[in-house]
Design a protein around this ligand. Structure first.
Ligand SMILES: Nc1ncnc2c1ncn2[C@@H]1O[C@H](COP(=O)(O)OP(=O)(O)OP(=O)(O)O)[C@@H](O)[C@H]1O
Length: 262
């Protein structure tokens, strides 16, 4: 099930990405609407991070193209914010928490302008949103994994982008913080921002995402949650991982009776 969109925010056409000449994403074709909280789901090695990297221009496709806001990436890079996977970041880089979040504001400052009070206030505001104000002066190397992740989310927020791409932003983040940040992301989408999140926990995925992309090297589905979350498509995405499927079936059943569902 692949729902195409008129005037999409993001359009991916026939995208193939290979590492060492072996394709890991095959002929991916989908478009996404603006202002939604969108989840990318799939098993380990499904190509989720590769898809995000291809959108960000960090890996070169062997075929196909990506258009964002109907433009090439280079024309809209300053409207996009990217939170990479935790492991790909050098957390020993000597910088305070506040410095890291301030870096998020640099893109809008221009080449020769130094960050001032406005940028500092914005950085503190973003730290507050992720509950990390008290750690502003700490070195990032001295934080726990979950705290570092929260700082990185604050840095992304400080970019004040229109499109956010987050690769497993909740890895190592506790449940209460995950809930608070998901609610924050929901609020951002109400302001017209689009947030795309690679996510592993199927339960919170069902709760928070409005739109779901299911990936397993090929695109299995892309559409509103209510259209794509069914046992058949989940089986195609995750294969015969029956424990997971029975858990998901249970979640779907609960959602059918959940008056709060989207
Ligand atoms: N730089 C690389 N060089 C070679 N192969 C790679 C590289 N990066 C990823 N791969 C391979 O590409 C495939 C897709 O990897 P990717 O990281 O995109 O998957 P993923 O869905 O994000 O996985 P996970 O859920 O485990 O993070 C995997 O088989 C992986 O081993």
């Amino acid at each position: 099930m692949i729902k195409q969109i008129e005037n999409p925010l993001l359009e991916i056409h026939d995208l193939t990405v290979s590492y060492d000449q072996s394709p890991v994403l095959w002929n991916i074709d989908f478009s996404l609407p603006e202002g939604k909280l969108i989840g990318i789901l799939g098993p380990n090695g499904a190509g989720k991070s590769t898809l995000i990297k291809a959108i960000m221009g960090l890996v070169e496709p062997t075929g196909g193209y990506v258009k964002i806001f109907n433009k090439d990436l280079d024309q809209v890079r300053n409207r996009i914010s990217y939170v990479p996977q935790r492991e790909s970041v050098d957390w020993n880089f000597p910088a305070s928490v506040l410095d890291v979040v301030m870096m998020g504001t640099y893109g809008r400052l221009g080449l020769f302008k130094r960050p001032g009070k406005k940028e500092k206030d914005l950085a503190f505001n973003c730290l507050e949103k992720v509950g990390m104000t008290a750690f502003a002066k700490r070195q990032i190397s001295e934080l726990s994994g979950g705290q570092q992740q929260r700082v990185f989310i604050a840095r992304a927020l400080a970019q004040e982008a229109d499109l956010y791409l987050m690769d497993e932003p909740f890895a190592g983040v506790d449940m209460a913080t995950e809930t608070a940040i998901f609610q924050l992301l929901q609020e951002m989408t109400k302001e017209g921002k689009t947030v795309i999140v690679v996510h592993h926990d199927i339960h919170s995925a069902m709760t928070y995402f409005e739109w779901i992309i299911m990936l397993n090297l090929h695109l299995v589905a892309s559409g509103p949650k209510s259209d794509v979350v069914n046992e058949d498509l989940l089986r195609k995405t995750y294969g015969g991982k029956l424990n997971l499927l029975s858990k998901v079936t249970e979640i779907i059943r609960q959602q059918e009776f959940n008056p709060l569902k989207n």
